[in-house]
Design a protein around this ligand. Structure first.
Ligand SMILES: [Zn+2]
Length: 281
């Protein structure tokens, strides 16, 4: 499942290709990904719009559109298997294309095999998100105050998205390891000093992953499995994980890079959780 860094890389890629393009035609091939919209009016509200910008909020892609004096936002989410890319006019559509926006130059394709992704014009999905982790809105003191109010274990607490937005299972495991915090620790038991360390680890973990993705030779052109957007986690049929830089995630039984203790996997609130029992207390 794509996490914040993959979405950020994708946004940077799409922004370059979509800025200034105009939507000529909307094809909805899989109704389910626009399930919060009525197909007909959804298409009508997009046609003729100009794409002004593409940005990211948590794990959502935000397409800023304009039509004459009015503006609107198209919100996208990749779900589990969603992919978005720009195809040339002549290239064949992939079998799982869900929505296609025909542009004045090329086509924007939203492809989704399992159809958990979505496109919507209703920005309500952005309403209850906490601060963006990589901006100044995310500050260590408010983070500490928020955690003080919760008895929940730190890891599931941070997956709730209201104290900080966009953190997923993988990078949260990594950030907790870097901060030396046991994922089961009740949020309110963490001292101000430990929270400050966690705050820093979250930012460093995400920034590193974005930097790694920026430096990989990604093929985002919609050429099937050769697309290495989801460079975190092993892809079906792939045997190599050479691009991964995880310290604990998916490394159950392997030795900790710091203390040589085997990495443990537990299930915490139904999510696989990896940690070093010696380094994380
Ligand atoms: Zn260790």
């Amino acid at each position: 499942m794509p996490e914040l860094p993959e979405v950020e890389i994708l946004v940077r890629h799409l922004r370059e290709r979509l800025q200034g393009r105009r939507i000529r035609k909307v094809q909805i091939l899989r109704q389910r990904v626009v399930r919060f919209e009525r197909g007909q009016s959804f298409a009508e509200r997009l046609i003729k719009c100009r794409i002004e910008d593409v940005s990211r909020r948590a794990k959502f892609l935000v397409f800023q559109l304009s039509l004459r004096q009015s503006s609107r936002r198209l919100i996208g989410h990749l779900g589990m298997t969603g992919r978005m890319y720009v195809l040339s006019g002549k290239a064949r559509l992939p079998p799982h294309a869900a929505v296609v926006l025909k542009l004045d130059r090329g086509r924007f394709v939203f492809e989704d095999i399992r159809q958990f992704g979505r496109l919507t014009l209703n920005p309500a999905c952005l309403d209850n998100l906490g601060p963006e982790p990589l901006t100044e809105d995310f500050d260590p003191e408010s983070f500490f105050q928020g955690l003080q109010r919760s008895r929940r274990a730190i890891k599931p607490r941070l997956l709730q998205q209201d104290l900080v937005a966009g953190l997923g299972n993988i990078h949260l495991c990594e950030a907790l390891f870097s901060a030396g915090i046991d994922p089961r620790t009740p949020a309110q038991d963490l001292s101000r000093k430990r929270v400050a360390k966690l705050w820093e680890s979250i930012r460093r973990t995400l920034n590193r992953a974005i930097e790694l993705g920026d430096n990989l030779a990604l093929n985002l052109g919609g050429s099937g499995n050769a697309d290495r957007l989801f460079y975190f986690g092993r892809q079906p049929g792939e045997t190599t994980v050479s691009d991964e830089r995880f310290l604990v995630y998916d490394r159950q039984g392997e030795t900790c890079t710091v203390c040589r203790e085997p990495i443990r996997r537990i299930v915490l609130f139904a999510r696989s959780t990896y940690f070093c029992p010696r380094c994380q207390t």
